[in-house]
Ligand binder design. Structure first.
Ligand SMILES: Cc1ncc(COP(=O)(O)O)c(C=O)c1O
Length: 407
């Protein structure tokens, strides 16, 4: 850019108006998403405050990241404190911040998962999980499922059999086999001694919040045990309290089944990028020094955010809140006649309409409510912060009713 950046001692920023921000971002940032017409300035709990003075009820959480709500004071305080102490040092040194985050994460995980590996995103967590499964078994193939989404880096996108994504990752990494979600026979047919891992989203979120029977998870566990295959749950969306339990793994919706690896990201750092794999001792025993690595994974700021996120969820009793407000929301949605079905668990909900959820999403946005769509055109997705109150759920259901009755 002609002239470059101004010197540090000059006035760095002059507030831009809304159209200037929009124009600048469109000019200089590569366009990847269709953006909502909101210039986000501040957040608190389930609310986003825009620079035009409007506030928006956020039932999407910035791609399911704002689990503790926006700017939870305990999380913000911990990040500020850590920033004062030490921004970063890599895994070449020990750190109290990292030690505490790993201990906390393992302490809330199902008993068999005893070690944490930290990275920076969901796709990286999945890549590392698949790699660990290959190292542990000496096999190469990974079975994933039609409708599943696992990320956009080469191996993870090759494991993604949802819509156009896999095509976008061409040429794909070899060694990926597709089975059908909920259909154990389709898995059995592929699960020979070339298969290192079966990896799945226990609730397929982007596919439209698709669920499987509890007995299906039991059958997957038995198949993996019988054939020496590593079972990986991609809990990037379902983890960290979203289903009203810390993880889908171990819960009743999944017949209490524990996988060999859980992958996490999104809500884990309340907005600070962080991903993780939780693994068994058995898998860990196959991983030697230098087999895996990362520059930023396990950095102090991210680790402070992880600990504070878990503490905030526990101390504010957010898991209880998720279950209570989910039940309330489901009850209230029974009165909305255009709603065909409410899919999902906890605060990962897919509201199915007779048609066109995108139009509902847009009409709600005009009423200043942020929701999500999915690859199923009839399903509106809600991934609100875990602190959503009944009164805020009422704001949504009332707006939904008036939106639908107006069209
Ligand atoms: C289930 C699931 N896995 C993996 C990912 C990839 O996570 P990230 O975007 O942090 O790489 C996503 C992202 O939406 C996801 O929903």
């Amino acid at each position: 850019m002609a002239g470059g950046l101004p010197p540090l001692n000059s006035q760095m920023t002059i507030d831009l108006n809304i159209s200037e921000v929009t124009a600048l971002e469109e000019q200089y940032q590569l366009a990847t998403y269709k953006k909502m017409p909101i210039v986000a300035e501040r957040g608190e709990g389930c609310w986003i405050y825009a620079s035009n003075g409007e506030r928006y009820l956020d039932l999407y959480g910035g791609h399911a990241v704002a689990g503790t709500g926006h700017c939870h004071p305990h999380v913000v305080g911990a990040i500020k404190q850590q920033a004062d102490d030490l921004l970063f040092y890599s895994n070449l040194v020990y750190s109290e911040s990292r030690a505490r985050a790993a201990e906390k994460l393992v302490s809330i995980a199902p008993d068999a998962l005893t070690k944490a590996f930290f990275c920076n995103s969901g796709t990286e967590a999945n890549e590392n999980a698949m790699r660990m499964a290959r190292m542990a078994t000496g096999r190469e193939n990974v079975i994933t499922f039609g409708g599943g989404f696992h990320g956009r880096t080469a191996d993870a996108i090759s494991a993604t059999f949802l819509g156009k994504y896999r095509e976008l990752g061409k040429p794909n990494v070899p060694g990926h086999l597709r089975a059908e979600f909920g259909d154990i026979e389709s898995v059995r047919a592929l699960a020979d001694d070339s298969v290192a891992a079966i990896m799945l989203e226990p609730i397929q979120s982007m596919a439209g919040v698709r669920m499987a029977e509890a007995s299906y998870f039991q059958a997957l566990r038995e198949l993996c045990d019988e054939r020496g295959i590593v079972l990986i749950y991609d809990e990037v969306q379902t983890g960290v309290g979203r289903t009203g339990q810390w993880f889908f793994a171990g819960g009743t919706a999944g017949a209490g089944v524990t996988p060999d690896i859980i992958t996490l990201a999104k809500a884990l750092g309340s907005g600070i990028p962080v991903g993780a794999c939780l693994i068994t001792d058995k898998i860990a025993s196959h991983i030697k020094e230098n087999d895996l690595g990362t520059t930023f994974g396990g950095g102090m700021i991210a680790m402070a955010a992880v600990s504070a996120t878990l503490e905030a969820i526990a101390s504010d009793r957010m898991l209880d809140n998720v279950r209570a407000v989910e039940a309330y929301l489901r009850e209230r949605l029974k009165d909305v006649e255009q709603v065909v079905k409410v899919r999902g668990l906890g605060f990962l909900l897919g509201i199915e309409f007779k048609e066109n959820a995108k139009a509902v999403h847009e009409a709600l946005l005009e009423r200043r409510i942020i929701t999500g769509t999915s690859s199923d055109p009839k399903v509106l997705r809600l991934l609100p912060p875990l602190c959503l109150r009944k009164s805020e759920a009422d704001v949504f259901v009332d707006a939904l009713g008036s939106t639908l009755n107006a069209t």
